[in-house]
Design a protein around this ligand. Sequence first.
Ligand SMILES: Nc1ncnc2c1ncn2[C@@H]1O[C@H](COP(=O)(O)OP(=O)(O)O)[C@@H](O)[C@H]1O
Ligand SMILES: [Mg+2]
Length: 229
Amino acid sequence: MSSQRGKFITFEGLDGCGKSTQLELLADELRKQGHAVVVTREPGGTDTGEKIRRLLLDTRTSGLAPMAELGLMFASRAQHIHEVILPGLNAGRIVLCDRFTDSSEAYQGGGRKLGSKVVLELHRVLCGDMKPDLTILMDSDVAASVERARRRNRGRDSSENDEGRFEKENRAFFTRVRNTYLEIANREPERVMVVDARGTPAKTHAKILQVVSKKLTIETSSRKANNGR
Ligand SMILES: Nc1ncnc2c1ncn2[C@@H]1O[C@H](COP(=O)(O)OP(=O)(O)O)[C@@H](O)[C@H]1O
Ligand SMILES: [Mg+2]
Protein backbone atom coordinates (compact mmCIF):
# COMPACT_ATOMS: atom_id res chain seq x y z
CA MET A 1 0.00 0.00 0.00
CA SER A 2 1.19 3.48 -0.85
CA SER A 3 1.17 6.34 1.65
CA GLN A 4 0.25 8.82 -1.08
CA ARG A 5 -3.30 9.35 -2.22
CA GLY A 6 -3.94 8.24 -5.79
CA LYS A 7 -5.54 10.26 -8.55
CA PHE A 8 -9.21 10.33 -9.49
CA ILE A 9 -9.76 10.90 -13.22
CA THR A 10 -13.24 10.93 -14.76
CA PHE A 11 -14.39 10.72 -18.39
CA GLU A 12 -17.45 12.63 -19.53
CA GLY A 13 -19.29 13.29 -22.77
CA LEU A 14 -22.30 12.25 -24.83
CA ASP A 15 -23.22 8.61 -25.39
CA GLY A 16 -21.12 7.30 -28.24
CA CYS A 17 -18.41 10.00 -28.07
CA GLY A 18 -15.80 7.32 -27.28
CA LYS A 19 -15.39 7.43 -23.49
CA SER A 20 -15.12 3.68 -22.92
CA THR A 21 -12.75 3.29 -25.86
CA GLN A 22 -10.45 6.05 -24.58
CA LEU A 23 -10.60 4.94 -20.98
CA GLU A 24 -9.27 1.50 -21.93
CA LEU A 25 -6.50 3.01 -24.09
CA LEU A 26 -5.45 5.30 -21.25
CA ALA A 27 -5.57 2.48 -18.68
CA ASP A 28 -3.29 0.33 -20.88
CA GLU A 29 -0.82 3.16 -21.31
CA LEU A 30 -0.71 4.09 -17.61
CA ARG A 31 -0.22 0.43 -16.65
CA LYS A 32 2.66 0.22 -19.14
CA GLN A 33 4.17 3.21 -17.34
CA GLY A 34 3.99 1.23 -14.10
CA HIS A 35 0.97 2.88 -12.45
CA ALA A 36 -1.60 0.87 -10.51
CA VAL A 37 -4.90 1.60 -12.24
CA VAL A 38 -8.52 0.91 -11.32
CA VAL A 39 -11.07 1.11 -14.14
CA THR A 40 -14.69 1.61 -13.19
CA ARG A 41 -17.94 3.17 -14.41
CA GLU A 42 -21.19 4.90 -13.47
CA PRO A 43 -23.91 4.12 -13.01
CA GLY A 44 -22.50 0.83 -11.73
CA GLY A 45 -19.03 -0.06 -10.53
CA THR A 46 -20.31 -2.22 -7.63
CA ASP A 47 -22.72 -5.19 -7.46
CA THR A 48 -25.48 -2.93 -6.14
CA GLY A 49 -24.62 -0.21 -8.63
CA GLU A 50 -24.72 -2.60 -11.59
CA LYS A 51 -28.25 -3.63 -10.57
CA ILE A 52 -29.22 0.04 -10.47
CA ARG A 53 -27.52 0.50 -13.86
CA ARG A 54 -29.62 -2.23 -15.45
CA LEU A 55 -32.77 -0.60 -14.14
CA LEU A 56 -31.73 2.86 -15.33
CA LEU A 57 -30.58 1.94 -18.84
CA ASP A 58 -33.17 -0.75 -19.62
CA THR A 59 -35.60 0.40 -22.33
CA ARG A 60 -38.33 -1.57 -20.51
CA THR A 61 -38.04 0.80 -17.52
CA SER A 62 -40.87 3.18 -18.22
CA GLY A 63 -42.45 6.12 -16.46
CA LEU A 64 -39.46 6.79 -14.21
CA ALA A 65 -39.83 10.28 -12.74
CA PRO A 66 -36.77 12.49 -13.39
CA MET A 67 -36.20 12.93 -9.63
CA ALA A 68 -36.37 9.14 -9.16
CA GLU A 69 -33.81 8.74 -11.93
CA LEU A 70 -31.57 11.31 -10.25
CA GLY A 71 -31.97 9.57 -6.88
CA LEU A 72 -30.97 6.20 -8.34
CA MET A 73 -27.91 7.72 -9.99
CA PHE A 74 -26.80 9.09 -6.63
CA ALA A 75 -27.56 5.85 -4.79
CA SER A 76 -25.26 4.06 -7.22
CA ARG A 77 -22.63 6.78 -6.80
CA ALA A 78 -22.63 6.84 -3.00
CA GLN A 79 -22.07 3.06 -2.96
CA HIS A 80 -19.38 3.38 -5.62
CA ILE A 81 -17.42 6.02 -3.70
CA HIS A 82 -17.63 3.95 -0.52
CA GLU A 83 -16.77 0.59 -2.04
CA VAL A 84 -14.41 1.35 -4.95
CA ILE A 85 -13.28 4.94 -5.47
CA LEU A 86 -12.09 5.92 -1.98
CA PRO A 87 -10.43 2.55 -1.24
CA GLY A 88 -8.61 2.78 -4.60
CA LEU A 89 -7.39 6.32 -3.92
CA ASN A 90 -6.38 5.47 -0.37
CA ALA A 91 -4.27 2.61 -1.73
CA GLY A 92 -2.47 5.11 -4.00
CA ARG A 93 -4.05 3.94 -7.26
CA ILE A 94 -5.15 5.94 -10.29
CA VAL A 95 -8.93 5.52 -10.48
CA LEU A 96 -10.33 5.99 -14.01
CA CYS A 97 -14.08 6.38 -13.94
CA ASP A 98 -16.43 6.34 -16.93
CA ARG A 99 -18.92 9.12 -15.93
CA PHE A 100 -19.42 10.76 -12.52
CA THR A 101 -21.47 13.63 -11.07
CA ASP A 102 -20.98 15.85 -14.15
CA SER A 103 -23.12 13.28 -16.01
CA SER A 104 -25.95 13.79 -13.51
CA GLU A 105 -25.67 17.54 -13.90
CA ALA A 106 -25.63 17.26 -17.72
CA TYR A 107 -28.32 14.55 -18.19
CA GLN A 108 -30.70 15.02 -15.27
CA GLY A 109 -29.89 18.71 -14.60
CA GLY A 110 -29.68 19.82 -18.26
CA GLY A 111 -31.32 17.07 -20.32
CA ARG A 112 -34.24 16.45 -17.93
CA LYS A 113 -34.32 20.13 -16.92
CA LEU A 114 -34.00 19.55 -13.17
CA GLY A 115 -31.31 22.26 -13.05
CA SER A 116 -27.78 22.16 -11.66
CA LYS A 117 -28.66 23.28 -8.14
CA VAL A 118 -30.39 20.10 -6.97
CA VAL A 119 -27.63 17.94 -8.47
CA LEU A 120 -24.83 19.87 -6.79
CA GLU A 121 -26.77 19.86 -3.52
CA LEU A 122 -27.22 16.07 -3.61
CA HIS A 123 -23.56 15.70 -4.47
CA ARG A 124 -22.63 17.74 -1.42
CA VAL A 125 -24.92 15.80 0.92
CA LEU A 126 -24.49 12.26 -0.43
CA CYS A 127 -20.96 12.33 -1.85
CA GLY A 128 -19.15 14.74 0.49
CA ASP A 129 -18.70 17.04 -2.53
CA MET A 130 -15.97 14.75 -3.82
CA LYS A 131 -14.16 16.33 -6.79
CA PRO A 132 -12.15 14.45 -9.40
CA ASP A 133 -8.51 15.55 -9.72
CA LEU A 134 -9.08 15.72 -13.45
CA THR A 135 -12.09 15.39 -15.74
CA ILE A 136 -11.70 14.71 -19.45
CA LEU A 137 -14.73 16.14 -21.24
CA MET A 138 -14.82 14.53 -24.68
CA ASP A 139 -16.61 17.01 -26.88
CA SER A 140 -18.29 15.80 -30.04
CA ASP A 141 -21.22 16.54 -32.32
CA VAL A 142 -24.62 15.45 -31.07
CA ALA A 143 -25.69 13.71 -34.29
CA ALA A 144 -22.41 11.82 -34.75
CA SER A 145 -22.31 10.59 -31.13
CA VAL A 146 -25.91 9.43 -31.09
CA GLU A 147 -25.39 7.58 -34.37
CA ARG A 148 -22.27 5.82 -32.98
CA ALA A 149 -24.10 4.81 -29.78
CA ARG A 150 -27.00 3.44 -31.83
CA ARG A 151 -24.72 1.41 -34.05
CA ARG A 152 -22.85 0.08 -31.02
CA ASN A 153 -26.07 -0.90 -29.20
CA ARG A 154 -27.48 -2.59 -32.30
CA GLY A 155 -24.40 -4.81 -32.40
CA ARG A 156 -25.11 -6.12 -28.89
CA ASP A 157 -27.36 -8.83 -27.58
CA SER A 158 -30.16 -6.53 -26.47
CA SER A 159 -31.57 -8.85 -23.80
CA GLU A 160 -28.15 -9.03 -22.10
CA ASN A 161 -26.85 -5.56 -22.70
CA ASP A 162 -29.65 -3.08 -23.09
CA GLU A 163 -28.25 0.44 -22.70
CA GLY A 164 -30.89 2.10 -24.79
CA ARG A 165 -33.15 4.14 -22.52
CA PHE A 166 -31.25 7.41 -23.01
CA GLU A 167 -30.65 6.62 -26.66
CA LYS A 168 -34.39 7.13 -27.23
CA GLU A 169 -34.12 10.82 -26.32
CA ASN A 170 -34.22 13.44 -29.05
CA ARG A 171 -31.71 15.87 -30.44
CA ALA A 172 -32.89 18.76 -28.23
CA PHE A 173 -32.25 16.62 -25.13
CA PHE A 174 -28.67 15.83 -26.16
CA THR A 175 -28.05 19.44 -27.14
CA ARG A 176 -29.03 20.49 -23.60
CA VAL A 177 -26.71 17.77 -22.23
CA ARG A 178 -23.79 19.00 -24.33
CA ASN A 179 -24.40 22.66 -23.42
CA THR A 180 -24.51 21.82 -19.71
CA TYR A 181 -21.22 19.96 -20.02
CA LEU A 182 -19.63 23.00 -21.64
CA GLU A 183 -21.01 25.23 -18.86
CA ILE A 184 -19.39 22.97 -16.25
CA ALA A 185 -16.07 23.22 -18.12
CA ASN A 186 -16.35 27.01 -18.11
CA ARG A 187 -17.18 27.05 -14.42
CA GLU A 188 -14.32 24.73 -13.38
CA PRO A 189 -11.50 25.22 -15.88
CA GLU A 190 -8.81 23.85 -13.51
CA ARG A 191 -10.56 20.49 -13.19
CA VAL A 192 -12.34 19.98 -16.51
CA MET A 193 -10.29 19.70 -19.71
CA VAL A 194 -12.26 19.73 -22.95
CA VAL A 195 -10.80 17.35 -25.54
CA ASP A 196 -12.05 17.34 -29.14
CA ALA A 197 -13.30 13.79 -29.74
CA ARG A 198 -14.15 14.14 -33.45
CA GLY A 199 -10.92 12.61 -34.75
CA THR A 200 -9.76 8.99 -34.90
CA PRO A 201 -9.42 7.02 -31.65
CA ALA A 202 -5.60 7.26 -31.95
CA LYS A 203 -5.69 11.02 -32.36
CA THR A 204 -8.01 11.50 -29.38
CA HIS A 205 -5.88 9.14 -27.30
CA ALA A 206 -2.78 11.26 -27.99
CA LYS A 207 -4.60 14.40 -26.84
CA ILE A 208 -5.85 12.74 -23.67
CA LEU A 209 -2.44 11.33 -22.86
CA GLN A 210 -0.97 14.80 -23.12
CA VAL A 211 -3.52 16.26 -20.69
CA VAL A 212 -3.13 13.40 -18.20
CA SER A 213 0.68 13.36 -18.34
CA LYS A 214 0.78 17.08 -17.69
CA LYS A 215 -1.50 16.66 -14.68
CA LEU A 216 0.47 13.73 -13.24
CA THR A 217 3.84 15.43 -13.84
CA ILE A 218 2.81 18.65 -12.15
CA GLU A 219 1.53 16.75 -9.13
CA THR A 220 4.64 14.56 -8.93
CA SER A 221 7.11 17.44 -9.22
CA SER A 222 5.31 19.69 -6.73
CA ARG A 223 5.24 16.80 -4.26
CA LYS A 224 8.99 16.30 -4.72
CA ALA A 225 9.59 20.02 -4.20
CA ASN A 226 7.52 20.00 -1.00
CA ASN A 227 9.27 16.91 0.32
CA GLY A 228 12.66 18.50 -0.36
CA ARG A 229 11.99 21.39 1.97
N1 LIG B 1 -12.85 8.19 -32.58
C1 LIG B 1 -13.77 7.34 -33.03
N2 LIG B 1 -14.17 7.35 -34.30
C2 LIG B 1 -15.11 6.50 -34.75
N3 LIG B 1 -15.72 5.55 -34.00
C3 LIG B 1 -15.36 5.49 -32.70
C4 LIG B 1 -14.38 6.37 -32.14
N4 LIG B 1 -14.23 6.08 -30.83
C5 LIG B 1 -15.09 5.07 -30.57
N5 LIG B 1 -15.77 4.70 -31.69
C6 LIG B 1 -16.82 3.67 -31.81
O1 LIG B 1 -18.05 4.31 -31.49
C7 LIG B 1 -18.83 3.51 -30.63
C8 LIG B 1 -19.05 4.23 -29.28
O2 LIG B 1 -17.80 4.31 -28.58
P1 LIG B 1 -17.74 4.12 -27.00
O3 LIG B 1 -16.29 4.13 -26.61
O4 LIG B 1 -18.55 2.93 -26.61
O5 LIG B 1 -18.45 5.48 -26.54
P2 LIG B 1 -19.07 5.88 -25.12
O6 LIG B 1 -18.44 5.01 -24.09
O7 LIG B 1 -18.71 7.33 -24.98
O8 LIG B 1 -20.55 5.69 -25.25
C9 LIG B 1 -18.10 2.19 -30.46
O9 LIG B 1 -18.64 1.29 -31.40
C10 LIG B 1 -16.65 2.55 -30.80
O10 LIG B 1 -15.96 1.44 -31.34
MG1 LIG C 1 -19.31 3.75 -22.73
